[in-house]
Design a protein. Structure first.
Length: 256
């Protein structure tokens, strides 16, 4: 039996504004210099959808670390992901993830980041309690046009913002058409969520079905309708968008 390696595109989402609780901790003094850039690092399998990012998801139940890449660059991810990154040449000393700070996910909610390639230049950090600590970086970028999970969660959070302790203004209501499909139009995730009558992010079985359909149909039948690869099939565009993100320094490869 072979060993399967999952290769993610790790996107560098620069923090442009910290939430009030984190700002308070940081202004009371940390080893992060004032001129440093801190990046939250979502891991994605769908780089070609990054034009449609509208929010960034963090789990309120996970504790995240901020790790030093250089004097002026820091990455935020789970401790588990940082440990893996340390063996992929992402930090200066092989095998060592230099942690400068630990932050509970719940405290990060309401921060704002720059989302590379997104039509929405700046997006807000909101909560997703179904994020698994054992996968990716524990940070997930929200693309409600193409990810049924992201669409279902965003809709739930907007409807029940108060219950989730969110300012409804943080929850982006826009859905940007990025990929056209013959059967489900140019926003496949909402189309599938409606068709399969998914009412909540807890509809796990139906969401799994929607996710598989959206993934397959998007990849094999989708056509780009936004960005420099407009008119190209998703199959062809995927690796090109990925390469563009890597070349511009807005992303790096992360494996596990
Ligand atoms: B994908 P796989 Cl548009 N917990 O990115 C839960 N979900 C996570 C996660 C975690 N710890 N880490 C990453 N993910 C999500 C874009 C996307 C994604 C689209 C459509 C489908 C899709 C925007 N969100 O994934 O289990 C991330 O969301 C459907 C599979 O490692 C990542 O890619 O195969 C994907 O799940 C990784 O899932």
């Amino acid at each position: 039996e072979g060993v399967l390696v999952q290769e993610y595109v790790a996107l560098k989402c620069r923090v442009v504004k910290w939430s009030a609780p984190v700002q308070e901790i940081i202004s009371s003094g940390t080893s992060i210099p004032d001129n440093a850039q801190v990046f939250m690092i979502p891991a994605t399998l769908r780089p070609e959808t990054m034009y449609g990012q509208t929010n960034l998801f963090i789990s309120p139940n996970i504790s995240y670390g901020i790790f030093r890449v250089s004097d002026t660059v820091f990455y935020l991810a789970t401790n588990r992901a940082a440990r893996n990154m340390a063996f992929q040449g992402i930090f200066p000393d092989w095998g060592h993830a230099p942690k400068v700070m630990e932050i509970q996910g719940s405290h990060l909610i309401g921060s704002a980041v720059h989302a590379p390639l997104s039509i929405r230049d700046v997006v807000y950090v909101i909560s997703m309690d179904t994020i698994k600590e054992t996968k990716g970086t524990g940070v997930v970028t929200s693309v409600p046009s193409d990810s049924p999970d992201d669409y279902a969660m965003t809709r739930e959070l907007f409807r029940k913002a108060k219950f989730y302790g969110l300012d409804p203004q943080w929850v982006c209501q826009d859905i940007f058409p990025i990929i056209d499909t013959p059967e489900y139009g140019n926003t496949i995730a909402p189309a599938l969520v409606d068709k399969l009558k998914i009412n909540s992010p807890k509809d796990e079985r139906q969401l799994l079905k929607a996710k598989e359909l959206a993934y397959k149909i998007g990849f094999y039948q989708g056509t780009m309708i936004y960005g420099p690869f407009t008119g190209m099939s998703v199959q062809e565009a995927k690796s090109r968008v990925r390469q563009q993100l890597l070349d511009s320094g807005d992303a790096f490869v992360y494996c596990e």
